[in-house]
Design a binder for this molecule. Structure first.
Ligand code: GLC
Length: 743
C-alpha cells in the first residue's frame, strides 16, 4: 500500500513538475531566444505587414522590401496572407533568417471564414450564445485549415450610434449582452486552447471606446468621463482579458485627448497593470503613424516612442517601429526592457501555438480541402442565419407564406445578390458567386414546383434611377404576394462607412410606395448591417423582417423563415431611431429630472417638440409567428439584506399554433444611487424553445454582484435601497416588481 501511495505521490509531483517545467520551458525558451537576438531582430518581432493581394486598410507596405525584411528576421507577423501554399511560402522566407523565428499569420475572421455567417449585429440578434460560440468554432476550424493563426476578432465595442458603420461588427448597445457575446466568441475561437490545430488566437478590439466616436463618424474623437468608460465601454474588454483572450487590438480614436495607441492609462496602467494582462497588443492598421495627423507626435519617430512606452507591442502597417525603435534605444529614449517585454509577449504566443515545433503545422492542403465548402458548416450557417432574423411586424399573420402560393414576386435590388450576403468583413474567394445562396434561389428552392417566382430589381441601391419601376409594378400585379428586399448595400456599413442619413438610400422607398399602390400584400425584408430608418414602411407595410446580411446560406435562411420552417425568434440588440435626429437613443438611459411621462409627452420634459420619444423599435424587441403570454411573475422576497440571492420566476406560455423560441429578458432599475442610475439595465436573458400550448417557468437569480456599478470615484460596488425587478419580451414590454435590498 505504502509503495503505491509513494508511486502516486511521485507521479503527481512528476506531473506537477513537468507541467511547471513545460510552462517554465516556454518562458525559459523565450528568455534563451531573446538572449541570442540582436536589437533589430527583437524589433522585427514587433513588426506586422499586410499581404499584397488583399488589403484591409490604406496599403503602406512595399512588397519588394517586405519579402527581404522577412528573410532578415525583421518581420514578426503578416496579415492578409492565407491559404496553405501562400502561408508556407511566407513561412519559408522567415526560416531563412538567422534565428528562424516563424511568422504569425493574422486575418479578420469576423463573421465566419469560408462559410460566412450573419454579420455580427445580426448574430447578436439571435441572443443565442451557443450558436455564436459554435459559429466561431467553425470559423476557427476553417481559418486554421487555411494557415491562419490569429483572428482580429471579437470586436467588443459597445455601439449606441447607428450612424457609425461598425455597429455592424459588434453586439449592439448593451454592455451585459456585448460582454457575454464577446466571451462566447473567444471561447469559440480559442477552443480547447492555443496549440490545438483548430484553435486560433482571438483579439479583443478596438481598445477602447471606439464605438463612442463623436457624431458616429468613424475614427473621430471620443470624450467621456472615466466613469462612463468603466461603466459602459470597458467591461467587455476586462472580461476578455480575464477569460484569456490571446491578444488585444487598440483603436484609432483618441480618448479624452490621447490616442488609444499611446494611451498609457488604458494600456499600461489598466490592461497590463491592474488587469495583469499577459498577452500582447497589436496596433490597428497604421494607428501608430496616425499619431502624427492626430497631432500627438511630431513625426513617426516620436509616434513610435510614445506607442512603445504606452504598451503597444506590435506595429501593424505603420512602419514606425522598425524605422525608429533601434535608434530610440541607442539614444536612451526607450529602455531595451520595453522591447524585450513586447517581443517576449509575442514570442510566447508563437511557442504556445506550436510554431517553433512546426512552423507549417497549420498550413495543410488536406485540411484546407476538408474545410472548403464543408456541408456541415453550411447547414449550421443556414440555421444561424434563420435564427438571426428579427420579425418586426406581421399584421394579420401574413407570414409565414404558403409554399403553394401560386405566384410570388421578389422585388428589390438585393434579390439576386450573391457576394453582398457575405457582409463587410469577408474574404473573397474565386467561387463566391457560385457558392452563395441568393434570396431568389432560397425562395425558389422552397416554393412548390407548380408555383411561379417572378423577379424584378425595381431600382438600384443608391441612385435616383426610376426607370425599372414600371417593370417592377407590372411584376407585382401578376403576383399573389410581393416580397420586397430593400436596405443598404454590404459596403454601406462596416469600417469607414459612417452614414449621416440612415434612411433607405436612393429611390427604394419610392419603389416600395409604387408597389404598395398595387394593393398586393407585401412582405418587406430589410438587408442591413445597422439599424435603418424606414418609418413609412413600418407604418404601411403589413409584414417586415430584418434580415441583416446572413452569409453563405442567406437565401435558404430567409426562405426557412418566410415559409415557416423556422419560426423567427430574434430580438434587436440596438434601439432603432425614428430619425437621425433622435441619435443617440438607447434603452439604458438615465431618467433626468424631467422624464417624459409617455411617448408623446413634450410638456417641459426631456423630449423633442417635433418627435415622439420612444425609438421606432426598442432594444430587445422581436416578434414570433406565435404569441407568448407572461404570467405568475414572482420574486422570492421583497425585502432582502446583504449577500442573499433573489429568485425571480415567471411563467411563459405559448398561446399560438407554432412552436417558438422566446428570449426572456431580465432587467433591473436601481431607483436611487450615489450616481444616477439607468432606468433599466439588462441583467439576464434566457432563450427558450416553448412548444405550442406549453408553459415553462423561467428562473433567474440575482445577487448583490448584479447590482454593482462604478460611482463617481470609480469604486465598483452596490448600494442598498429600492430596486425594480423587470421581466419581459423586450426592454419596453416588461412586468415590474419593486423590492428593497439593504446592504
Ligand atoms: C482595420 C480595422 C481592424 C482590422 C485591421 C486589419 O483598419 O480597423 O478592425 O482588424 O484593420 O484588417
Amino acid at each position: 500500500m505504502k509503495k503505491k501511495c509513494l508511486l502516486v505521490l511521485f507521479s503527481a509531483l512528476g506531473i506537477g513538475a513537468y507541467a511547471q517545467k513545460s510552462q517554465k520551458t516556454i518562458d525559459q525558451k523565450v528568455s534563451e531566444l531573446l538572449s541570442k537576438m540582436t536589437l533589430e531582430e527583437k524589433v522585427g518581432q514587433l513588426v506586422q505587414y499586410s499581404g499584397f493581394e488583399y488589403a484591409t486598410g490604406p496599403q503602406n507596405s512595399n512588397s519588394a522590401t517586405v519579402l527581404e525584411e522577412i528573410k532578415k528576421g525583421k518581420v514578426g507577423s503578416m496579415l492578409n496572407v492565407f491559404g496553405a501554399q501562400e502561408t508556407i511560402a511566407f513561412q519559408k522566407l522567415a526560416l531563412q533568417s538567422r534565428l528562424k523565428i516563424p511568422l504569425l499569420f493574422g486575418q479578420d475572421v469576423v463573421h465566419g471564414y469560408r462559410t460566412t455567417f450573419p454579420v455580427n449585429l445580426g448574430q447578436a440578434a439571435s441572443w443565442d450564445l451557443g450558436l455564436i460560440e459554435k459559429s466561431e468554432r467553425i470559423a476557427a476550424t476553417e481559418a486554421s485549415a487555411y494557415g491562419i493563426h490569429w483572428t482580429f476578432a471579437p470586436m467588443v465595442d459597445i455601439g449606441r450610434d447607428p450612424r457609425w458603420g461598425r455597429v455592424m461588427e459588434g453586439s449592439g448597445e448593451d454592455t451585459y449582452l456585448g460582454t457575454h457575446i464577446g466571451l462566447a466568441r473567444i471561447r469559440g475561437f480559442q477552443g480547447k486552447g492555443l496549440g490545438n490545430l483548430d484553435a486560433i488566437m482571438a483579439c479583443a478590439k478596438h481598445f477602447a471606446a471606439y464605438g463612442a466616436a463623436v457624431g458616429g463618424r468613424d475614427y473621430n474623437s471620443v470624450d467621456m468621463s472615466l466613469r462612463q468608460l468603466y461603466e459602459t465601454y470597458l467591461p467587455p474588454f476586462k472580461a476578455a482579458a480575464e477569460a484569456g483572450v490571446a491578444t488585444f487590438m487598440n483603436s484609432f480614436n483618441d480618448i479624452n485627448g490621447i490616442p488609444a495607441t499611446a494611451n498609457q492609462y488604458i494600456q499600461r496602467e489598466l490592461l497590463k497593470g491592474k488587469w495583469n494582462y499577459q498577452g500582447f497588443v497589436v496596433s490597428d492598421w497604421g494607428s501608430i503613424g496616425e499619431m502624427v495627423p492626430h497631432g500627438y507626435a511630431k513625426d513617426s519617430k516620436e509616434a513610435a516612442e510614445k506607442a512603445i512606452l504606452a504598451g503597444s507591442d506590435m506595429d501593424m502597417e505603420s512602419r514606425s517601429y522598425m524605422a525608429a525603435l533601434p535608434q530610440l534605444v541607442q539614444e536612451g529614449k526607450v529602455d531595451i526592457k520595453l522591447i524585450d517585454d513586447a517581443a517576449r509577449r509575442i514570442l510566447i504566443k508563437k511557442f504556445e501555438m506550436g510554431l517553433f515545433d512546426d512552423p507549417f503545422r497549420f498550413s495543410s492542403d488536406k485540411r484546407q480541402k476538408e474545410q472548403t465548402n464543408n456541408p456541415e458548416n453550411r447547414k449550421f450557417g443556414r440555421e444561424f442565419g434563420a435564427k438571426s432574423i428579427v420579425l418586426l411586424k406581421n399584421q394579420n399573420n401574413l407570414l409565414p407564406i404558403s409554399r403553394s402560393t401560386k405566384t410570388v414576386a421578389l422585388i428589390g435590388p438585393f434579390g439576386k445578390e450573391t457576394v453582398a450576403n457575405h457582409g463587410f468583413w469577408s474574404i473573397s474567394f474565386k467561387d463566391d458567386n457560385q457558392r452563395i445562396i441568393t434570396q431568389y434561389e432560397g425562395i425558389k428552392n422552397q416554393l412548390d414546383k407548380n408555383s411561379t417566382l417572378l423577379y424584378a430589381k425595381g431600382c438600384n441601391v443608391d441612385d435616383q434611377d426610376k426607370s425599372m419601376f414600371a417593370e417592377a409594378v407590372e411584376t407585382a400585379k401578376k403576383a399573389d404576394i410581393v416580397i420586397m428586399t430593400l436596405g443598404e448595400g454590404p459596403a454601406m456599413s462596416g469600417e469607414a462607412k459612417s452614414r449621416s442619413n440612415i434612411h433607405f438610400s436612393g429611390v427604394q422607398e419610392d419603389l416600395l410606395k409604387e408597389i404598395a399602390k398595387t394593393g398586393k400584400p407585401i412582405v418587406l425584408m430589410v438587408n442591413a448591417g445597422r439599424p435603418l430608418v424606414f418609418n413609412w414602411a413600418a407604418d404601411h407595410i403589413p409584414a417586415i423582417m430584418y434580415t441583416w446580411w446572413l452569409g453563405t446560406e442567406a437565401g435558404n435562411s430567409i426562405a426557412d423563415v418566410l415559409f415557416g420552417t423556422v419560426n423567427p425568434g430574434g430580438k434587436l440588440p440596438m434601439s432603432f431611431p425614428r430619425t437621425e435626429g433622435q441619435i443617440p437613443i438607447y434603452y439604458n438611459h438615465y431618467n433626468t429630472g424631467r422624464p417624459a411621462k409617455n411617448n408623446t409627452d413634450r410638456n417641459y420634459v426631456s423630449a423633442y417638440i417635433d418627435l415622439d420619444n420612444d425609438p421606432k423599435y426598442p432594444f430587445g424587441y422581436g416578434l414570433s409567428y406565435t404569441q407568448f403570454k407572461y404570467s405568475d411573475f414572482t420574486v422570492s422576497s421583497s425585502n432582502l439584506k446583504g449577500n442573499q440571492t433573489l429568485d425571480v420566476n415567471v411563467k411563459v406560455s405559448n398561446m399560438g399554433k407554432y412552436d417558438g423560441e422566446e428570449v426572456v429578458q431580465l432587467y433591473i432599475r436601481d431607483l436611487v444611487g450615489k450616481v444616477v442610475r439607468p432606468v433599466k439595465e439588462l441583467k439576464g436573458f434566457k432563450k427558450v424553445m416553448i412548444k405550442k400550448g406549453e408553459t415553462q417557468t423561467i428562473n433567474f437569480k440575482l445577487t448583490p454582484e448584479d447590482l454593482k456599478f462604478y460611482d463617481d470615484e470609480l469604486n465598483y460596488d452596490w448600494e442598498g435601497g429600492e430596486f425594480d425587478i423587470m421581466v419581459g419580451t423586450s426592454s419596453q414590454e416588461v412586468q415590474t416588481k419593486r423590492i428593497n435590498w439593504i446592504k
